[in-house]
Design a protein around this ligand. Sequence first.
Ligand SMILES: [Zn+2]
Length: 96
Amino acid sequence: MQSHTGWREVPCVECGAFVEGIAFVQRCAACQERRTARAARIARWAALAGTLVMAAWVYSRGPASSLMQWTAVAALPLTYVLIRSIALRVAMEVLP
Ligand SMILES: [Zn+2]
């Protein structure tokens, strides 16, 4: 039986292995998993660096009030999550 693309097996665009169930210019499951893991690693480091920069900025400014200090501290995990999700998306688009 042919796949939805009309071909039984199509070569993976990255490793060249013939795989059933993918379309042309798509990656096999192993290549896609490896690419996703690499993008996640890059996103994790970018988020850590961005969060450290923000923490240094918050620390250098000094607390104007207790509420502002706690707000800044609460914003740090949010910064990490936002930068990580944006960096993951960008890395998945940019990585070869
Ligand atoms: Zn592959």
